[in-house]
Each structure stands twice: as structure tokens, then as C-alpha cells.
Design a binder for this molecule. Structure first.
Ligand code: ATP
Length: 251
């Protein structure tokens, strides 16, 4: 098991965002996390990445509890996420955005360091090489020197994924990556998720685009009002009466 969510609950004041939610993710799978607006999906990402502590319950990553870790320590453990709203460094180049994901402060241009040791130069070369490899994977190599804000919307979303990949995650959390994408961009995203999966990176996917979810996920967990109401294969979820009533029926 890569990730085990054990009876996680979270309340914000009077709001019970999650109640006793448990599920696990196996190595190499793409697990979908779906449900209506406000069901608690993003809160679950915030629990896994230690943005907020859970009110109760525990999360284990590759057999180790994540309790008490800070967000940057979670990243170091091998968990990285994207956000629902695009959060790029819009004035930096595409390549620099990926380099930031590499936690590198030694690039040329805006982040240039004056005193560069031999070690730092070597380190910089490694980061450049790995950033360029990641841009290749996400299909943005030709935009390496483009300022991020000048990319098309779908490309900006792919750059977010590239930046997350730069921290070399074992588990990647994608928060509505297809939001606002047209059909071609969504198809390209499908191909990219498959590519990432082939790199042996496990994926937890929050997404409202049901055709994409049904096509790409091996299993799906459904939340409604902070509770897990179903878990299973795409076809079992599609035919689940409670899921249809709570979510799929109103899509
Ligand atoms: P969507 O599909 O709209 O993104 P979601 O399933 O991701 O929804 P969450 O964003 O996790 O849902 O929200 C679950 C509930 O918790 C909502 O009622 C929300 O208002 C509440 N909530 C989330 N974060 C906070 C917070 N930081 N403070 C107070 N309430 C919060």
C-alpha cells in the first residue's frame, strides 16, 4: 500500500468536512476521488499534505505515519500535489517554474546566485537536465523559455503538473486537473496521466469530468457530505444507486 487513510475526520468550527473516511491506494494505481461540491475532496488533499491537521484519524504513507509532519516534510517523503486554481509563478519562464519545483535557487536570470561554488554549478546542471526531461514528459519542451503567463490555459495546467513532478513524487495528488479544459486538452491530459503512471508514480485524482475519471481510474472513492458513500471499479460506481442519487444523476 502506498497510502492508507484511516478514519480521518475534520471539522472546521461547526462544519464537519470529513467524517471517518478510510481508503487506501495501491502502488501504481490511479484512484479517483469524486463527489459533489463541498463533499470534502480538497479537504482530504489538505489532510494528506499537512496543510491542516486532521481532527482525528491517521494517514500512513508507505507504512509510516505522517502525523506531525510539516507540508515541506510531506513533499520530501514523496507526496506532491497540484491545486484546483492555477498557482504558477506567472512572471517566470516555463523552465524556471519547473526548476522551482526542484527546490533550486541557483538558476540564471531572476534567481541568480552571485557566489556559485563548483558544487552548486554541478547541482545547477543536474536541475536543468532534470527540468528539461520533465518538460519533455509533459510536452512543453518547445515553450521552455516562454513566460508562464503567456501559455495557453491547458498548457499552464500541464506546467503545474510538471512542477509537481519536479519534486520526484512517489504519490501525485491532482486536484481537478481537467477543470476548464477543452476536449483536446482533456485528451492530452489523459495521455499525460497515463505517461506519469508508466513512470511508476501513484496518482490520487480529484475530478468532475466523469468520462475522464471513468476512463483513467482503476478504482474510485465517492464522498458525499464528508462521508465515503462508495468505493469500487468505475463500472460498479456508475451503477451504484446512492452515487447516482448523490452525484452522477445530477451531472
Ligand atoms: P469542490 O468540488 O467544490 O472543490 P470539495 O469536495 O473539494 O468541493 P471541500 O473544499 O473539501 O470540498 O469542502 C468541504 C467542506 O469543508 C465545505 O463545506 C467547505 O466549506 C468546508 N471547508 C473546507 N476548508 C475549510 C476551511 N479552511 N475553513 C472552513 N471550512 C472549510
Amino acid at each position: 500500500m502506498v497510502l492508507e487513510i484511516k478514519k480521518i475526520s475534520k471539522n472546521f468550527g461547526g462544519i464537519q468536512a470529513l467524517t471517518d473516511v478510510s481508503f487506501s491506494i495501491e502502488q501504481g494505481e490511479v484512484l479517483g476521488l469524486i463527489g459533489p461540491n463541498g463533499a470534502g475532496k480538497t479537504t482530504m488533499f489538505n489532510m494528506i499534505t499537512a496543510m491542516f491537521p486532521p481532527s482525528s484519524g491517521e494517514i500512513e504513507f508507505t507504512g509510516q505515519s505522517l502525523a506531525g509532519l510539516k507540508p515541506h516534510e510531506i513533499t520530501k517523503q514523496g507526496i506532491c500535489r497540484t491545486f484546483q486554481n492555477i498557482r504558477l509563478f506567472s512572471e517566470l519562464t516555463v523552465r524556471e517554474n519547473v526548476m522551482v519545483g526542484n527546490h533550486c535557487r541557483l538558476t540564471t536570470g531572476v534567481l541568480q546566485s552571485v557566489f556559485r561554488t563548483k558544487y552548486q554549478k554541478q547541482e545547477e546542471e543536474n536541475v536543468l537536465k532534470s527540468s528539461d526531461e520533465i518538460l519533455e514528459i509533459v510536452g512543453l519542451s518547445e515553450y521552455s523559455q516562454t513566460i508562464a503567463k503567456n501559455l495557453a490555459y491547458g498548457q499552464q495546467r500541464r506546467l503545474e503538473i510538471a512542477r509537481a513532478l519536479a519534486s520526484r513524487p512517489k504519490l501525485l495528488l491532482l486536484d481537478e486537473p481537467a477543470a476548464g479544459m477543452n476536449e483536446k486538452e482533456t485528451n492530452d491530459l489523459f495521455d499525460l496521466i497515463k505517461k506519469i503512471q508508466a513512470l511508476n508514480i501513484t496518482i490520487l485524482l480529484i475530478e468532475h469530468d466523469m468520462p475522464l475519471v471513468m476512463r483513467i481510474c482503476s478504482r474510485i472513492v465517492v464522498l458525499n457530505f464528508g462521508k465515503k458513500i462508495a468505493e469500487g471499479t468505475p463500472s460498479s460506481i456508475q451503477n451504484n444507486k446512492e452515487v447516482i442519487e448523490a452525484y452522477l444523476g445530477v451531472e
